[in-house]
Design a protein around this ligand. Structure first.
Ligand code: FNR
Length: 382
């Protein structure tokens, strides 16, 4: 099976599983504890039904939208995920180029394997930088300056990671940038010599945005150990106020779920929220983002842009999130499986399939413009 045989996002997952060492695949694919939130993020979309309005002239479907003050070709963005070069040698730049072709916003993670500058040079799509706040606070101020220099459209603070979630697959398979041999992964590394060569010989798995600090270098100890030793757990909404004053542009808070936290985000200077449980990788039993949209939109749609982040695998998921009141959706594994399966060509095919699904769902729903999507097109299943 190749990327041309993939008909939907989950088809790429099968190729990714074959192409990656087990430790890396499970790092990409897995969630916290019993993975209830991970599964629920996607399953929750099935609790909603779409209500078509027939004979509505759908000869032209308009998906154009805006996000963070920038025009985008459709309201889906690339979520920030660390270390894309773990999954494919072309890493973040390959995804930036695909995002440019599809007219969408790209997000670079603090834990990316490409610098803020190189990601900006890779393409001309709107860029967001996602910040983790390290114990070394000087790093955050440095990120802000570098993003200003490179005209990033938005800055995003992830707030759901004071400590690493309990990702048991990572414990079993021992993910890290440098292969650590365990009973479960030795044979798998032996079957992926190209990946092992890159990890051992080349330098492209470094966390290149944090090299000016003690936090720099490789995640050679493993993701959880890195997060627990480097991230600042003392953050509060006061720090968001500080960040908003430093950045003075669109500020996104990622990893909130309640109306209360979204209101605090807005009061602290944020202009957007990503309703997210980190793709089920942090607090187990946190609600599915899609289930949080309606309440937050009712209370705060005039103060915040609302992004539904997590579980999106199908175009109907995007349409449902928008009908419930989200301004946009973001995808993590939805582009990482295609990246692992086929680099830039894989991501482009994945995005093409997803966008076609959105267009088809809009036509079948009888809605010709994403701005017209609203609660009259959706109901909670009884
Ligand atoms: C992530 N995510 C994430 N989020 C973040 O703010 N900073 C990061 O560095 C990462 N890294 C990361 C790595 C991997 C492998 C995954 C799968 C996810 C979370 C990501 O931004 C997003 O919230 C989820 O991926 C959304 O869920 P779906 O779309 O994967 O279901």
């Amino acid at each position: 099976m190749g990327i041309k045989d993939c008909n939907n996002i989950m088809d790429f997952r099968r190729i990714a599983r074959r192409r990656l060492p087990a430790s890396v695949f499970h790092y990409l694919d897995g969630g916290a504890d019993d993975e209830w939130s991970l599964a629920r993020n996607t399953d929750a979309f099935n609790d909603y039904e779409l209500l078509p309005s027939q004979l509505s002239d759908v000869s032209n479907i308009d998906l154009n939208s805006t996000l963070f003050g920038q025009a985008v070709d459709w309201p889906v963005m690339i979520a920030p995920t660390g270390a894309s070069k773990l999954f494919h040698r072309d890493g973040e730049p390959a995804v930036v180029r695909a995002a440019e072709k599809f007219g969408m916003t790209y997000s670079l993670s603090t834990l990316g394997t490409t610098t803020i500058e190189d990601a900006a040079d890779a393409g001309r799509c709107p860029m967001m930088f996602q910040v983790y706040v390290f114990k070394d606070r000087g790093l955050t101020a440095e990120f802000v300056d570098r993003c200003k220099d490179r005209n990033y459209a938005a800055l995003c603070l992830t707030v759901d990671t004071p400590v690493a979630g309990n990702r048991e697959r990572d414990i079993v398979y021992g993910v890290s940038a440098k292969p650590r041999l365990t009973w479960h992964n030795t044979w798998s590394y032996a079957r992926h010599p190209g990946w092992v060569y890159r990890a051992l010989v080349r330098k492209d798995l470094e966390l290149v945005n944090v090299t000016s600090s003690d936090a720099g270098g490789k995640m050679s100890s493993g993701a959880s150990e890195y997060i627990n030793s480097q991230f600042d757990r003392s953050l509060t909404w006061k720090d968001v106020e500080w960040l908003a004053s430093q950045w003075d542009g669109p500020l996104v808070i990622k990893g909130v779920q309640t109306v209360d936290d979204c209101r605090k985000a807005s009061n602290s200077g944020a202009t957007a929220v990503m309703l997210s449980n980190h793709g089920g990788r942090q607090l187990e039993s946190a609600p599915a983002p899609v289930d949080c949209i309606a309440r937050v939109a009712d209370a705060l749609h005039d103060r915040l842009e609302i992004i539904c982040d997590g579980g999106i695998r199908r175009g109907t998921h995007v349409v449902k999130a928008l009908a419930l009141g989200a301004n946009a959706c973001s995808i993590g594994r939805g582009y990482l499986y295609p990246l692992a399966a086929g680099g830039q060509a894989g991501v482009e095919r994945g995005l093409l399939l997803l966008r076609s699904e959105v267009e088809r769902a809009m036509a079948l729903l009888g809605c010709d413009n994403v701005d017209k999507l609203g609660e009259h097109y959706i109901r909670h299943r009884v």
